[in-house]
Design a protein around this ligand. Sequence first.
Ligand SMILES: [Fe+2]
Length: 324
Amino acid sequence: MSAAAPQHTDETPAFNGQPPADFPIDRSLKIYEETLKDEFTNNVINAMGPATAPRTREIFTSLIRHLHAFAREVNLLTPEWFYGINQLNKMGQMSDEKRNEAVLVSDVVGLEALVDHITQAHILHTSHGATPSAILGPFYRENSPRYPNGGDIVQKHFEGEETALVHGRVIDIHTKQPLAGVTIEVWHTAPNGLYEQQDPEQPEFNLRGTVVSDEDGRYAFKCLKPTSYPIPYDGPAGDILQAQGRHPMRPGHIHWRVTKPGYGSLITQIYDRQDKYTYNDSVFGVKDELVVDFVECKTGEAKWELVYDITLSLDKETAKLQGL
Ligand SMILES: [Fe+2]
């Protein structure tokens, strides 16, 4: 199979938006001899114009090569390809400000977790010992309510809920000093397994909140001990799980986004060691370093207590990789 590469001309319309920024890190692209010999695939790759940015060219070269190799390996047929195209369309149609189906699909095939591992490996080069990152997931919302330290992010209570006090310090990995003024956003599901934006019965921003570390780097908030829940499985992500005979459950977890003005963000999650899905996560997001132990709260402020220190790297190169 072969076809001539379309010629790039000055009239070729520009992309909408900028190509992704490049980062000054070492990368190596594995090039397979046999695919280099394929004229059709090479023609598609060579259709890229001379102005294509180096990183954009590297990504598309590899993406086209692997997509073509995949289609050949499984003998992909037109009805199967069209089913996949329809699923991609459905992902977009189901997504809005409150739901991100593309992230969910990426999660159930392990892609977001893999990309997080790759990014984390680069971060650890300069910031060994920093609190590991984890996947963002599809349910982050900006501008959650600001609470004073020790504030309670629970706006609606549920029968059988178990309250928790979470507190600790934010430390700079390089200076070992406490970090004041660090913004900590947290969010988790209600005991019914739903984030507030999925559940019309919950108040806006229930179980979401923002606290800021004090001059000693200390922070605290009250929430619920997180419970395991199914990811939404009424769309393409659910279709994948069903086709593969898999469950949709995630272990109980709290999401974190930790930022300081002028720097990047730490996106992470903590997982309850006692949860039966902690080592059987439908989106492969758990890292050993992020598994925590809730202990009985002796002060009576809550049923459970979690002391969790966050070690942040505010190295500017690291911050660039942390993105969001
Ligand atoms: Fe989650």
